[in-house]
Design a protein around this ligand. Sequence first.
Ligand code: DI6
Ligand code: FE
Length: 407
Amino acid sequence: MAAEPSHCDRIWVNARLATMAPGAGQPYGAVEDGVVAARDGRIVFAGPRSEAPTLDARETVDCGGRWITPGLIDCHTHLVYGGDRAHEFELRLQGASYEEIARAGGGILSTVKATRAASEAELFASADRRLGALIAEGVTTVEIKSGYGLEQQAELKQLAVARQLGRERPVTVRTTFLAAHAVPPEFTGRSGDYVDQITGPMLDAVTAQDLADAVDVFCEGIAFSPEETARVFTAARAKGLPVKIHAEQLSNLGGAALAAEHGALSADHLEYLDEAGVIAMARSGTVAVILPGAFYFLRETQKPPIDLLRKHGVAIALATDANPGSSPLTSPLLVLNMACTLFRLTPEEALAGLTRHAAKALGLQDEIGTLEAGKRCDLAIWEIERPAELAYRIGFNPLHSRIWNGQ
Ligand code: DI6
Ligand code: FE
């Protein structure tokens, strides 16, 4: 007896699926003649047409043989900020290093000044344009950090704008409290006192207003020490918030291993990561978020240890690190190409880095990141002949359409 038809809102047929499901056997979890069915914004079936249940759909979309991937996930951005740093770009081209500019009060602190001065409306408008570029390339989930306020009211302002973007735009926004991004001018030489502010009143205000989904720290010589990082992590976890870290970007302070000890969702940058740090991350399940835009823009030479991450089975995610100083980049497709061209990831590893592994870096691996029943129906539909094209092309956007929450 034929099974009762499963009612669904929409079904996409005549498609090739890159499900990115783990252990699917085929590269990319590929399905040649595939179907995706959705109900109430969730996937109810994704797989071969021959295995699909009887489906009764209100709307059927013929994909004309196009490829469907999970919607892309940008798991590390500083999208909300004031001003820009084009003038520093010129200084660097005259020989000044990123650290020299930072130590001279430029860098992050110059964006802090512009961000403190900007209204919420101004911050929303400029971030909205950058978010539009991500959405145009198939992004359905984006993480947005604070870290350019460096005092309570401005940090809350940044996070509130990020939350507003999630309410008003067809994209899922996850927010991260990164007050520990730099020591503000008011606390020069008194970083410990500033950490007191972060772990006390600022974190209280952030949690009272539910403005952050995670807490992040820049653990670096020009930012916060491992000891200060640990203080912020302990306070965040006491409030029930998961942690992330900018670690081993310019040197090795053992930040990634410290983050792993605190069960961090991710450790990000990682150019100077060593095998001890990789092993610690493997043990804790901490995701390695690799940021090729910053490596490229700062003209770094030390590459992250991709072979060690592979050897120890650490999930590798990718992100734009969209920020005005080290990675003014809002193209996830270019991130795919950079990851393969600069760091020798395979195109399949790179696409997993913007889907399944990026989801894990946000603690959302049960919700998004693969085409599997039960997950959110976030899709990107591409005019490509094979998934490798997404990493292969430079400056070409083959997105045909983007589906967020089934719409
Ligand atoms: N590392 C980076 O590359 C960015 N922040 C961080 O912790 C730089 C942010 C900026 O220069 O504005
Ligand atoms: Fe960053």
